[in-house]
Design a protein around this ligand. Sequence first.
Ligand code: ZN
Ligand code: ZN
Length: 412
Amino acid sequence: MQQKKIVLLICDGMADRPDKNRNNKTPLEVANKPNMDKIARDGICGIMNPIGYGIPPGSDTSHLALLGYDPYKYYTGRGPFEALGVGLNLTKDDIAFRCNFATAEKKNDKLFITDRRAGRGEFGLEKLGVLLNFQIEDVEAIFKASSGHRGVLVLRGKNLSEKISDSDPHSEGEIKNVVPLANTNSSKRTAEILNKFTQKAYEILNNSEIQNERLDKGMLPANIVLARGAGKIGEIPKFSEKYGMKGVGIAGVNLIKGICRAVGLDVVEIDGATGHKDSNIGGKIDACIKELKENKHDFILINIKGTDEISHDGDFKGKVEMIERIDMFIGKLLAQNLNATLALTADHTTSVTVKEHSGDPVPLAILGDVRTDKISKFSERECAKGGLGVIKGTDLLNILMDLSGRGKKFGA
Ligand code: ZN
Ligand code: ZN
């Protein structure tokens, strides 16, 4: 059988709940989206619980699941995936944290956080981040500034543990002394190392010339780093070994890039792909078309984040417009007549009324060598009546493999 390439297009948080103020419709039901509807009409539809019935997924856990990795087994906290997302390499024993640059004041030898995000001013943070690469005893601190006021810290050394508390107080006030969360030497040692990192980071950052430049610009000093969500990446089977195909991820946000890298997908960097509502969606679709024409990868994951961001803002109209904009670019993809299996879905429901992720299942439509059904609209309620029925996120890749002539027979 001819093996087809697979495209998995994930519109982040695109699924929704009916809005009482909008004739009880969802944004997908209101939007004019002829190309998504074409996928539904010419393909097979269904509804998917990304993680499980009624479980509100995070984008990270859901993407793991949609790639066929049980998130309960392979998700080890956000830190490691953020670290991979900013392009740091991780060994399986490294401890990774998500960090904020913040503003601290020293009073009576104690550090108090006066702004948890250093006023959100980004000036100089990349250079400051470089200063935070140093040794603490025999442990290497590796730091990289990421987007906004954020950054990633990795502690590399022998006998370290992720079982420690955060240095981030999660509110303004005295900085938290990091404590071990397990009664082990590695846990105690890692807590001490992180406390030392915080003190040394304050000394270095506070005495850096860049703080004066920030002050001259009327900004708050970014003179401390708050760490949270310690985690280890652990051992994750490679996508290429699991499925026998090489894959690539096209995403704007670091977390999704990190998930892709964690399973061994290559990641394409797209100029202007920010993950925000004004992101370069056209650039992502063009990259996908290029990948389909080349022979480097058999599997292409595209994440479009803007639909989620807009849902958290509670902006129904904006979400409808965003869906229509994505649809236009899907039209460009469909116009290529490329011989591939294409799946369109969301990684979770982010309702504009709730402004948060919820456990409602998401619509799914697959275009390719499928048993078509009677569904002609891509929406939550229409897809629920489709030929695929209800599936679980971790089953999606198997279905796509099978439809693409890549399934492996079980038994004789
Ligand atoms: Zn998401
Ligand atoms: Zn979200």
